[in-house]
Design a protein around this ligand. Structure first.
Ligand SMILES: N[C@@H](CCC(=O)N[C@@H](CS)C(=O)NCC(=O)O)C(=O)O
Length: 206
């Protein structure tokens, strides 16, 4: 398998399936396409692999799967032993709801607090809309952590955590400390060996 990713410092959508594929333990190669190139060069570089013109994309033989959520679901089906989703149908449904809410929403937070691993932590001024996103994410995390007992959203690590890992990173960068168990959850996510490996590779980027 080959995972096409964008600049690690910025590509929150690439980080998510990268975390999932790492959890499978399966061998894969990474191809990095630098984001924010001039003259549409990023789009042109991605298009031969993924017609969407966006990263991430996963090549598995002749198959190309694109979009972070679709890639994670493909990996969950291909590697059932990795338990990227829990066996319990209710936990799985709640995890999928949480991942889908992230995938489709939180526009203000995404716009104002882009994932930028290279920026040192600082206190950011957020709009009312972004603060509303933070409040909703905090509520959701605290609900799931309370229900499943942590340390991850559904108890054990799952795709839901892959979807919120870039949010944890944004919270650290922009000085957002969610109340309750959600605060410790940020630390848990950022301390996982796989996240730290991505972060170290991002730091090494020019
Ligand atoms: N819905 C897509 C969003 C993918 C996306 O927006 N990717 C960004 C990078 S994080 C991209 O490829 N941007 C192209 C560019 O910057 O030219 C997904 O979940 O994979």
């Amino acid at each position: 398998m080959e995972l096409l990713i964008g600049t690690r410092n910025w590509s929150s959508w690439s980080l998510r399936p990268w975390l999932a594929i790492k959890r499978t333990g399966a061998p894969f190669t990474e191809t990095l396409i630098p984001l924010r190139q001039e003259n549409n060069a990023t789009y042109e570089a991605i298009r031969p692999v993924s017609r969407s013109g966006l990263v991430p994309a996963l090549k598995d033989g002749d198959l190309v799967v694109w979009d972070s959520l679709a890639i994670c679901e493909y990996l969950a089906e291909k590697f059932p032993a990795a338990k990227l989703w829990p066996d319990d149908a209710i936990a799985r449904a709640l995890g999928r709801s949480a991942a889908a809410e992230m995938h489709a929403g939180f526009q203000a937070l995404r716009q104002e607090c882009s994932m930028s691993l290279e920026i040192p932590p600082h206190q950011a001024e957020l709009s009312e809309a972004a603060l509303k996103n933070v409040a909703r994410i905090t509520e959701l995390w605290n609900e799931l952590l309370g229900r499943f007992g942590g340390p991850f959203l559904l108890g054990d690590w799952s795709i839901a955590d892959a979807f919120y890992a870039p949010v944890a990173s944004r919270f650290r960068t922009y000085g957002i400390r969610p109340v309750g168990a959600a605060g410790a959850y940020v630390d848990t996510i950022l301390a996982t060996p796989d996240f730290r490996e991505w972060e170290a590779a991002a730091k090494a980027e020019t």
